[in-house]
Ligand binder design. Structure first.
Ligand SMILES: Cc1ncc(COP(=O)(O)O)c(C=O)c1O
Length: 405
């Protein structure tokens, strides 16, 4: 919701209006303030969003167009078109995620819907859901909506922001029910080392946890990092829900198509919720997703290379500015420590926007335990990234100099 629509809602809703307790309005956050400021500026370089600047590859768009012209304007099977689910099963197996049948896969309106479906189907009031901090903020909202308890596990720059089994072990209680792994991570861009994933899975088995493994960035890795697919590890298939989608690797955010894969004991109740929420994912988008999986894959490699180039440029610039970070080896974000500027990350983001017209978000929006980090997304063409760096350098230099006196 934009700040403008928040204001409009506040003005038109009568004083007697009631909203449910489960709605936690967080619109007064720094994000709203930043969007307000940005709406009055021109020439803002947005390094805040998680939406690839690249267009969906032409052959995928064409498949959508063709499907529409052939009448793909109806509901599909609620679990998703069988041929798409077959293709997803094949692609999971090819990526080392293990063997699934088509009826163990449910196509949803983005990975986002999968996340909410999972929480609504699996969490009872008071169940504890373990989420890395920082971590993709929608997991918090999904747990809240299901009346679950969010339990965060802080991750640290010194460990490359990887979630560790040691950290998770510290927060376990008899009410622990689900462990969420977001690998590679949004917002830190870190890939959890495969050896640590094995330890986390051992812990999940020992404490009978369900694992939700969000692998939506798994095709976007750098420096030879390898994403260990959780469901493929011994003893994990029966307790794992893998969430994935097309938005990031195939630049398909606007099509709203993703999926989850899990044993039928999970997919059957989850599919009920999915049907209630969405009936099915958009038919046209399912055809496009099928083309994404079955067509040429060089578009993914091209995108990955572009993000890698931007990542290297941004990391070198942060080095030059004296701002530390853990070198990201996945996704398309850099998570940088701006504390040398003397400002909190929230204040830094506002200052950067007002003075340099560069937008990035503080880690506090991703449930971070401190307000020292900013998430820089690399989703602008390289010249824009470079221009943003030039603008940011000026602000950082001035702040650091003022601090030194
Ligand atoms: C970790 C993670 N999971 C899921 C999503 C949602 O993706 P989709 O567009 O498929 O709903 C995002 C979007 O930013 C994300 O970062």
């Amino acid at each position: 919701m934009t700040s403008a629509s928040v204001t409009a809602t506040a003005a038109t809703v009568p004083a007697s209006a009631r909203i449910a307790d489960r709605v936690k309005i967080k619109q007064s956050s720094v994000r709203t303030r930043m969007l307000d400021i940005a709406s009055k500026l021109t020439d803002v370089i947005a390094l805040g969003r998680g939406d690839p600047d690249l267009d969906t590859p032409a052959h995928i768009v064409e498949a959508g167009r063709e499907a529409l012209s052939k009448g793909a304007t109806h509901y599909t099977h609620p679990l998703g078109m069988p041929q798409l689910r077959e293709a997803i099963a094949k692609s999971i197996a090819a990526d080392g995620g293990g063997a699934y049948t088509a009826d163990e896969i449910v196509v949803t309106a983005g990975a986002q819907e999968s996340m909410f479906v999972a929480m609504l189907a699996l969490v009872n009031p008071g169940d504890e859901v373990i989420i890395p901090a920082p971590g993709y903020n929608s997991y918090h909202q999904a747990v809240e909506l299901a009346d679950g308890r969010i339990v965060t596990v802080p991750t640290y720059e010194k460990d490359g922001f990887a979630l560790t089994a040691e950290g998770v072990a510290k927060v376990l209680t008899p009410n622990s029910r689900i462990l969420c792994l977001i690998n590679p991570s949004n917002p830190t861009g870190m890939v959890i080392p495969p050896s640590e994933i094995e330890k986390l899975c051992d812990l999940a088995i020992k404490h009978d946890l369900i694992v939700i493994s969000d692998e939506i960035y798994a095709k976007l890795t750098y420096d030879n990092a390898r994403v260990q697919r959780v469901a493929a590890l011994p003893g994990m298939r029966e307790r794992t829900i893998t969430i994935d989608g097309f938005s990031k690797a195939y630049s398909m955010t606007g099509w709203r198509v993703g999926y989850f894969a899990a044993p039928k004991a999970f997919t059957t109740p989850m599919a009920e919720i999915h049907h209630g929420l969405a009936i099915c994912a958009p038919a046209v988008s399912q055809h496009a997703a099928l083309a994404a999986l079955t067509g040429p894959q060089d578009c993914v490699e091209q995108a990955r290379r572009l993000y890698d180039e931007r990542r290297k440029v941004m990391c070198a610039a942060l080095d030059a500015m004296g701002l530390s970070y853990a070198r990201p080896n996945g996704a398309f974000y850099v998570y940088a420590n701006v504390s040398p500027t003397g400002l909190t990350a929230s204040d830094f983001c506002i200052r950067l926007l007002e003075e340099a017209k560069v937008m990035m978000f503080p880690g506090s929006l991703f449930g971070d335990h401190c307000d020292d980090y900013v998430r820089i997304s690399l989703l602008q063409p390289l010249p824009k990234v470079q221009e943003a760096i030039t603008r940011m350098e000026k602000v950082v230099k001035a702040l650091v100099a003022a601090r030194r006196g």
